[in-house]
Design a protein. Structure first.
Lengths: 147, 147
């Protein structure tokens, strides 16, 4: 088992970040504009669609301002069964996000790609909250021939 | 042992990327402007200095256009003894970089930070080669209260 880890600080309250992770408008503002479903209730499922495919995330845990945990229930084979964990903490004026995408069976090349891409989307989340403008798919930053 | 993985594609030849990883001018153009040492010979040591500190990397392996391997010989406790591996491959007009920073003893919060920061610096490397302008320290993109 191998994990993707990231840490980003957003000049905002943890409540603002929590909202960006649990509402459809919030999620659509930084990850993909094509987002539907229910992200604000445990057991809800959110469908994220991108150009080449997408992911369905089931909400496993929600602690307002502190923690969000999703499990991938549909999507690329490498993603299904993995979990995406968001831990939030307030440090002075910073909302610190500790991100983990865990449970990858193998460190395949696609995992390298997803690790970089998560960093880019975390910066999109940061930008959305701090400036009002994120870069969700299809206007996300291209990192390679895999977009 | 846990690793940081990334994958970025640069619209260039692997030779251009190899040069950016093995020459002082190249390295200073995307990671930190304060770079000195010898990166183009096995056994050479490159000193990378940032605002709050820095890293000394010993060059362990060099295969032109294909592979660069460094070992951290000085720096933060969590980094010393870890290895930074660059695997390069040409796919049509893309130089694909598979990056691994391996050998972390524990998945500490600093590792999350470094994972995100590596992604940002890989995008700086990509930008330097594709556009002529990278964003090395001290003009790198800030990701949090840890800069």
């Amino acid at each position: 088992m191998v994990d993707i880890l990231h840490r980003v600080g957003v000049k905002a309250s943890v409540d603002e970040v929590y909202t960006a992770l649990t509402t459809i408008d919030g999620l659509a503002g930084w990850w993909t504009t094509n987002t539907v479903g229910e992200g604000s209730e445990v057991g809800g499922v959110v469908q994220f669609t991108f150009g080449p495919g997408g992911f369905d995330m089931k909400v496993l845990e929600l602690v307002p301002g502190k923690r969000v945990l999703w499990e991938v229930v549909e999507g690329p084979e490498e993603w299904v069964g993995t979990q995406v964990e968001w831990e939030l903490g307030q440090v002075d004026e910073w909302a610190i996000i500790l991100f983990k995408h865990e449970g990858w069976k193998e460190p395949v090349e696609f995992m390298n790609h997803c690790s970089t891409k998560w960093a880019i989307f975390l910066m999109s989340l940061k930008s959305m909250i701090e400036t009002g403008k994120g870069s969700p798919d299809p206007d996300d930053v291209s990192i390679s021939n895999w977009h």
